[in-house]
Design a protein around this ligand. Structure first.
Ligand SMILES: CC(C)(COP(=O)(O)OP(=O)(O)OC[C@H]1O[C@@H](n2cnc3c(N)ncnc32)[C@H](O)[C@@H]1OP(=O)(O)O)[C@@H](O)C(=O)NCCC(=O)NCCS
Length: 160
């Protein structure tokens, strides 16, 4: 079956919330010190039949679009890249000149994925996750890959 990419609508709210809880440990994320509820944001999903196989949420602030969450549930099929490109197109339509996101030092896969797609490291905040953990205690201390989770890394791409 051909995959379809669709904008998130209010009917997706509960499912997006459930995915956030499963993937990120709660229905909110803490990024650059802000508590953000991704289910309340614009975004896109990829459906394969009735199955959701990828999800991206974003927030436009002035001329910058932040990618708040990106999840692919079937890796290495182009789902992540399709979602990223879709948000970049959306960001351009909103007169944004940059896309940015914050990931963490342990997420080597994401750091590679984004840098191979034009994103560059713009800022590193050592210990920022340790601060977030004071609010969201469910953030693990150590990733499954053995790397302590402690720093926030901001990546930016010029889009317009
Ligand atoms: C990071 C993430 C979103 C990438 O999603 P993905 O669907 O695997 O992404 P893609 O399939 O577009 O690309 C992944 C790799 O698969 C390759 N690929 C894509 N289609 C392929 C295919 N048909 N056959 C073989 N390889 C393929 C891509 O070339 C890419 O490799 P590259 O980066 O060396 O170019 C995903 O790993 C994920 O959900 N991670 C957990 C959550 C997370 O960390 N999110 C990001 C932080 S916000």
């Amino acid at each position: 079956m051909k995959k379809r990419i669709l904008p998130l609508d209010p009917d997706d709210f509960e499912q997006v919330k459930e995915i956030m809880i499963k993937e990120w440990g709660s229905d909110y994320v803490i990024v650059h010190g802000d508590i953000i509820h991704p289910a309340e944001l614009p975004g896109y999903k990829i459906m394969d039949g009735k199955t959701l196989v990828g999800l991206i949420t974003c927030a436009v602030r002035g001329q910058q679009c932040e990618i708040v969450t990106l999840n692919s549930f079937r890796e290495a099929e182009g789902i992540g890249e399709t979602l990223l490109k879709t948000v970049e197109t959306y960001a351009l339509s909103q007169q944004c000149t940059t896309c940015m996101l914050v990931t963490t030092n342990n997420n080597l896969n994401a750091l590679g994925f984004y840098q191979r797609r034009g994103y560059y490291i713009a800022e590193v905040k050592p210990g920022a996750v340790d601060e977030s953990r004071k609010v969201k205690m469910s953030i693990p201390l150590i990733d499954e890959n053995g790397i302590p989770i402690r720093d926030e890394i901001t990546l930016i791409k010029q889009i317009g």
